[in-house]
Design a protein around this ligand. Sequence first.
Ligand code: FAD
Length: 343
Amino acid sequence: MTETIKTDVLIIGAGPVGLFAVFELGLLDMKAHLIDILDRPGGQCAELYPEKPIYDIPAIPFITGQGLVDALMAQIKPFGPTFHFGEMVETVERIGDPLFRVRTDRGKEFEAKVVVIAAGGGSFQPKKPPMPGIEAYEGRSVHYAVRRMEDFRGRRILVVGGGDSALDWTLNLAPLAGRLTLLHRRDAFRAAPDSVNKMRALVANGSIDLLVGQVTALEGGDGQLSAAVVKHDDGSSTTVGCDAMLPFFGLTMKLGPVANWGIALHEGELIPVDTAAFETSVPGIFAIGDINWYPGKLKLILSGFHEVALMTQKAHRYIYPEKRLVFQYTTSSTSLQKKLGVA
Ligand SMILES: Cc1cc2nc3c(=O)[nH]c(=O)nc-3n(C[C@H](O)[C@H](O)[C@H](O)COP(=O)(O)OP(=O)(O)OC[C@H]3O[C@@H](n4cnc5c(N)ncnc54)[C@H](O)[C@@H]3O)c2cc1C
């Protein structure tokens, strides 16, 4: 039986807004767990534009997407949040007043007094490559994400793609693969130059293979892949023996399961909230960041940060109904500074 994880606040989504929520909640003694489908924190900033500079974070003239995520992770460290990566929240059920049971697609169960939906544009979903018959292998030998590296030990792996994910997983899996082949449609890569250099060094010393071309057919049976047929630009073909194929063709965003949680939606894809506390139609469930809607809403990181501060005040009433909340500044409150570990 799965053990239920109990927490004050459960945050769905570890994008910049979900991360900053940990900070504001922590200052008011509320503990948080965060769940994200991705394998790391940062949401859109880390996944879509890690190296692009952002110029409109107040008082920071410029910072890259990943830089902002790293800074947020440092800022929330004193509050020791627990992250559950590689898990998608599938169901949110009200079981008390307020108390919620939340379940993920990997079977984890949580009980939280407050749920904060910081799910951004919704769930990132892999773009599927146009390969005939690929569905028959999905989940068993075709994977769009690596959840446990050990599952790939000793296997003949075909990584397909030329971006950061394809290159990162090529480098990470190469030491434990039986044999690894990287396939891209051209001999130029969009990934970080350092990763490309490392990959080329592995090819040069014979540790991995690099192929240029496109998969035109898959061979195998009963969900188990045995080979992929690769067509090259000159019209020739190569058959690559493989037990596992990892296509990394980028991600799209879909609202996903949020639509089924019994919360009123705006135009079918955003969650309407009040602007005093950013609470949804269900008391105790809040929605902050890109996922919410109210008149005048701007999908900006700074708007999400403001929403976090107000959400926290109301969440406190659910978690500590008997306690009066005293407004304090971090500059002058010794008690807040103690929580931050600086006094
Ligand atoms: C190219 C680009 C450039 C941008 N530049 C700027 C800029 O300069 N300034 C600015 O202010 N904003 C910018 N933005 C917008 C900014 O990135 C977003 O406003 C911000 O990321 C929203 O943060 P968030 O935490 O609400 O959501 P997100 O960053 O979208 O994070 C949401 C997280 O929730 C997770 N999630 C969703 N559903 C589930 C589920 N069911 N279970 C578990 N996890 C789930 C997702 O995997 C994701 O990690 C830019 C966006 C893009 C794409």
